[in-house]
Design a binder for this molecule. Structure first.
Ligand code: BTN
Length: 244
């Protein structure tokens, strides 16, 4: 595969988007040692210091309708959770939709950006940020209680290229399956095995208000099913999930 490495970029997602429009092939990997404008979901910044993390974006061109693009994030989360458990010897887990946690702390986030024309995906940029070798004290104060690195979990530092390799090894077959089956539904059970969300009491903050209840399932489309106190099942397609 083609690998584009930079010591420093604003955002690997941004560079990958440019390269995708210039025709970069499926599987092209953009990696940077440091991001000066790393982007998180919901317009947040993503802490991306040099030497400490894996900041990378994959260019993918699945021949699917744009409606299935968001499910790719769920597929990637399965691969990441498996890779991190195997790299550290500790159990990682997915917080719906696509954060990877150890215990109550986040070690990795995914930012998927789709570019479509007409009814076809032109390309998807799958951006992955992994906290690899930070010590607790190296996180900014506001992240210290909610963020963790693979190193903290494992008790020793990791070689970043090995982390990338492991993630790609787990992702490849899952991605093939997602493309072959035309979506996430056949991977649902695999996702549930990695989930730390199902069974928990959650508060889902959506643009249209808050829903409280127990997360009971993920549906074929990847929506989180929450059972409220009245026993009604609400399907949540996009929300910030807080554990109660
Ligand atoms: C989140 O949890 O909010 C998503 C974080 C995604 C961060 C990664 S780092 C590589 C890629 N480039 C970016 O600017 N963001 C993603």
């Amino acid at each position: 595969r083609e690998i584009v490495y930079r010591d420093q970029v604003a955002s690997t997602n941004e560079l990958a988007t440019e390269l995708a429009y210039q025709g970069a092939s499926e599987g092209t990997l953009v990696v940077a040692d440091q991001q000066t404008g790393g982007r998180g979901r919901r317009g947040r910044a993503w802490f991306s210091p040099p030497g400490k993390g894996v900041w990378m974006s994959l260019i993918l061109r699945p021949k699917l309708s744009p409606a299935y693009a968001s499910q790719l994030t769920l597929v990637a989360a399965i691969a990441l959770s498996r890779a991190f458990s195997s790299l550290t010897g500790q159990q990682a887990g997915i917080k719906w939709p696509n954060d990877i946690f150890f215990g109550s702390k986040k070690c990795c986030g995914i930012l998927t950006e789709m570019h479509a024309d007409h009814d076809r995906i032109h390309h998807i940029v799958l951006g992955i940020g992994i906290n690899v070798n930070m010590e607790s004290s190296e996180f900014p104060e506001e992240l210290r209680d909610i963020a963790v690195s693979l190193r903290i979990v494992k008790g020793e530092s990791l070689v970043r290229s090995k982390v990338i390799q492991s993630v790609l090894t787990y992702l490849e077959p899952l991605y093939q399956q997602y493309v072959r089956e035309g979506g996430f539904s056949s991977l649902r059970e695999e996702w549930k095995l990695e989930s730390i969300t199902i069974g928990r009491n959650v508060r889902a903050v959506t643009p249209r208000g808050e829903i409280e209840g127990t997360a009971v399932d993920i549906d074929e489309a990847g929506a989180l099913c929450v059972m409220t106190e009245s026993g009604e099942i609400v399907r949540i397609h996009s929300a910030e999930i807080l554990f109660n």
